[in-house]
Write a protein that binds this ligand. Structure first.
Ligand SMILES: [Zn+2]
Length: 122
């Protein structure tokens, strides 16, 4: 289950940026070719976040469609999975433009807890 190692790196990035402040939401961009199963990633993320400042944070995932440029005919097109094939000339020699991303796009910090105000129950 590669979602676990992805969840671990997402958690590590979020923790580093939050610097101990409680995180309310983590926004992720995931390329289609990563073949991440969202429910599996959400589950793994909940596990690895336990006991950290990321615990209980919402994980929002946006999938980025894969796209490539054909080295044979030059066409740019959206790709829907493996094998990567040009829909114009059916060539298999493609330069990948998008689809392998895995990045933490934004972090929402929970300022309410920071200020000692409202405490969110779980
Ligand atoms: Zn082509």
């Amino acid at each position: 289950m590669h979602e676990l190692s992805i969840a671990e790196s997402v958690d590590r990035i979020a923790e580093r940026h939050a610097d101990g402040r409680p995180v309310a939401k983590v926004e992720l961009k995931v390329g289609h070719l990563r073949q991440v199963v969202p429910s599996a990633l959400a589950f793994a993320f909940e596990l690895v976040a336990q006991g950290t400042c990321v615990e209980g944070a919402e994980l929002a995932m946006e999938e980025i469609p894969a796209a490539g440029r054909c080295r044979r005919c030059g066409a740019e097109s959206e790709l829907h999975g493996f094998p990567l094939q040009c829909p114009v000339c059916e060539g298999l020699d493609l330069e990948l433009l998008r689809g392998e991303e895995l990045l933490v796009d934004a972090l929402e910090l929970d300022d309410a807890i920071m200020n000692g105000g409202t405490r969110y129950g779980r």
